[in-house]
Design a protein around this ligand. Structure first.
Ligand SMILES: [Zn+2]
Length: 147
């Protein structure tokens, strides 16, 4: 496993912290490792009628946004109606998957570029959104197909 893939990531999911390696991030997304009940009402989801709305943010230990080693990806799974009722603000980003990610998703076979992009692109999107909207910005990334 390349060194980059063995990097341990601490992903915050509600009040839980789930430690994974960067190389497993794509696999863990596919296998529901980041699924949870709604972080607001604690109820399950009922897709497709009521799918989870998954938003992302970055948190910084000791309020140090300049130090990447203290940066944590935070995942929120919530019902859309709970987001609306709680007036939670987020930035909606529509994006096309990069070709390697699209191929990996369609084939369910991972590849090194997809493993890298599936983590790096959301982080880069969050950094850009935070730069414009503030440190507490959440993003909701909507995928469009790219074949
Ligand atoms: Zn809810």
């Amino acid at each position: 496993m390349p060194e980059d893939e063995s990097l341990v990531l601490n992903i915050h999911l509600g009040n839980d912290v789930r430690s994974i390696t960067k190389g497993r991030f794509l696999h863990d997304i596919w296998t529901g490792f980041f699924d949870s009940v709604c972080l607001i009402c604690s109820a399950d989801f009922d897709p497709p009628q009521q799918p989870p709305i998954r938003t992302l943010s970055l948190s910084f230990a000791q309020d140090d946004p300049e130090n990447p080693s203290t940066t944590f990806l935070r995942i929120y799974n919530r019902h859309l109606h709970c987001i609306i009722e709680q007036n939670i603000q987020y930035v909606l980003l529509s994006h096309a998957w990069h070709q390697p990610v699209s191929l990996a998703h369609l084939s369910k076979l991972s590849n090194n570029e997809a493993k890298h992009l599936v983590y790096q692109v959301p982080i880069q999107s969050l950094m850009a959104a935070m730069d414009k909207f503030g440190l507490d910005t959440e993003i909701w990334r909507i995928r469009s197909s790219c074949t």
